[in-house]
Design a protein around this ligand. Structure first.
Ligand code: GLP
Length: 246
């Protein structure tokens, strides 16, 4: 079942998502969290750090699995998702490094994909955090990706490269052209999914995700078939809901 929560602004999105995570780790201190990069979940991560510092909520037993990683950037690169996650979340929590899992794009990529799939099969994600690409992608599963897909290497769409150029001095030639990503079926295996989206740029993707036909052309539309999804959006991202697609 898909529940849509429309709030006023980004701060409220982050707060609502935080409440879900806090509930999960309080009830189940050894929860498995699926985590996402991108700017959308950064406010949530800040609230998790603040709560850890102020209230002592512990992540010592939590295990995390990230959705994706660029291919071709060393993990020390500031824009690798490894660096992003440490800078924006892990460095501020008490989670042990060995509990953190991010797809690795180093070495043999096929082997890395297989190892990640094995780990995901053995560790069912309790709550998966998702952002959404302006073209409806989730993780780096671009339009056209099979709903049966598992962790795989993808060629990024031009629109995704353009969207992400802002992290690379607005220079599209610096943006990696490939990534390794959990597949759609890995994402759908999570017990609960929380998707956060803000801003006008996401309005069409949210409309297609929530109201459009379930089609591989809009990867996020698959979420309509998941038993427990919460979509948290601000007014701008919700602005095309319940209206004709613009
Ligand atoms: C990237 C990530 C996605 C993310 C998307 C949206 O492509 N791979 O997981 O959802 O960007 O990013 P943002 O939240 O910055 O709009």
């Amino acid at each position: 079942m898909m529940k849509v929560i429309r709030v006023n602004d980004y701060q409220e999105i982050s707060q609502k998502a935080f409440e879900e995570i806090k509930k999960t780790v309080t009830e189940k201190p050894d929860a498995v969290l699926g985590l996402a990069t991108g700017s959308s979940p950064v406010g949530l991560y800040q609230l998790m750090i603040k709560d850890h510092e102020e209230n002592g909520t512990s992540y010592r037993q939590v295990r995390t699995y990230n959705l994706d990683e660029y291919v071709g950037l060393p993990k020390e690169h500031p824009e690798s998702y490894y660096s992003f996650m440490h800078r924006n979340l892990f460095d501020g929590l008490d989670i042990p490094e060995e509990n953190i899992h991010i797809p690795s794009s180093e070495g043999d990529l096929k082997e890395q994909c297989e190892a990640y799939n094995r780990a995901l099969d053995e560790n069912v994600i309790d709550v998966q955090i998702l952002g959404i690409g302006s073209n409806g992608h989730i993780g780096f599963n671009e339009p056209g990706t099979s709903f049966d897909s598992v962790t795989h290497v993808v060629d990024l769409n031009l629109s995704t490269i353009q969207d992400n150029a802002r992290f690379f001095d607005n220079d599209i030639t610096k943006v990696p052209v490939q990534a390794i990503t959990m597949g759609i079926s890995n994402v759908m295996a999570a017990k609960k999914i929380i998707l956060v989206a803000n801003g006008e740029n996401k309005a069409n993707a949210i409309q297609a995700c929530v109201m459009g036909p379930v089609t591989e052309n809009v990867p996020a539309s698959v979420l309509q078939e998941h038993p427990d999804v919460v979509i948290i959006v601000d007014k701008a991202a919700a602005s095309s809901l319940y209206k004709e697609k613009r």
